[in-house]
Write a new protein. Structure first.
Length: 252
């Protein structure tokens, strides 16, 4: 690290659990953030400010006035602009030392697999089950840890699915892809603005821990937040041997 980096990240370096070695691991890491909306905004904010070396921000949507109640990467003058590009502009102002790649596309198939394979950690900040399952399959196939978050109305959830660990479940163990779940969107159901900040920030925290190799991740646990009463519930989740995604994986 140069003198500017030593000063910028000094409060991390002071932490025994991180120190210079941990900060250098963050600088060498590559985070793939899928979704630059309510969850992706705070997640990308903290990844960039904390010094993640490379950040790929993916979103095929544009900024809408209704987004600005909670999607803090974006500003009023960027309404109509691609969210990925808007996010890149904001992150460059926060920390110009982070290499940010903005991709205006919907990831799927081989393209999704390619980008996941290049990442140190993936943050699923999407808003639909089909995308979440596709991201999970790519993370399991490439054995890249996945930090998953969701928020609607006043209810949020966050967990880590770490395919590198033989005992850890994947997203499909918790939400089987052949089961039908009611798809709810904030455009019709609403969402409490600070809720996405809480969940997205926790996603950043888990991603940074994974990248720096510190602490215990949320792998094997699902945290649920009721923001009406500000109550957290922690649920243990196990790996399913019959899971169609990770059940046949051989772990070394």
């Amino acid at each position: 690290m140069n003198d500017d980096q030593l000063l910028r990240y000094s409060r991390h370096i002071l932490l025994d659990e991180i120190g210079i070695e941990g900060q250098e691991k963050l600088l060498a890491a590559h985070a793939l953030v899928i979704g630059a909306g309510g969850l992706g905004s705070p997640a990308a904010f903290y990844l960039a400010s904390a010094g993640i070396g490379k950040l790929t921000l993916v979103d095929n949507d544009t900024v809408d006035l209704t987004n600005l109640q909670r999607q803090i990467l974006h500003t009023t003058d960027r309404v109509g602009k691609a969210k990925a590009e808007s996010g890149k502009l904001t992150l460059a102002q926060i920390n110009p030392g982070v290499q940010v790649t903005a991709l205006i596309e919907r990831l799927e198939g081989s393209r999704l697999d390619e980008l996941v394979g290049q990442a140190s950690v993936v943050l699923d900040c999407s808003d639909n089950f089909a995308t979440r399952h596709a991201i999970n399959r790519a993370c399991v196939a490439n054995r890249v840890p996945l930090v998953s978050g969701a928020a609607i109305r006043f209810d949020g959830q966050v967990s880590v699915f770490d395919a590198r660990r033989g005992d850890a479940p994947c997203y499909a163990c918790l939400f089987p892809p052949d089961q039908q779940f009611e798809e709810v969107l904030c455009s019709t159901m609403g969402v409490f603005a600070p809720l996405v900040g809480i969940i997205g920030t926790m996603q950043a925290a888990e991603a940074l821990k994974l990248a720096a190799g510190i602490g215990e991740s949320l792998a094997g646990r699902l945290l649920l937040l009721d923001a009406r009463n500000m109550e957290w519930t922690s649920i243990k989740i196990g790996r399913s041997d019959g899971c169609p995604v990770c059940g046949g994986q051989v772990h070394k």
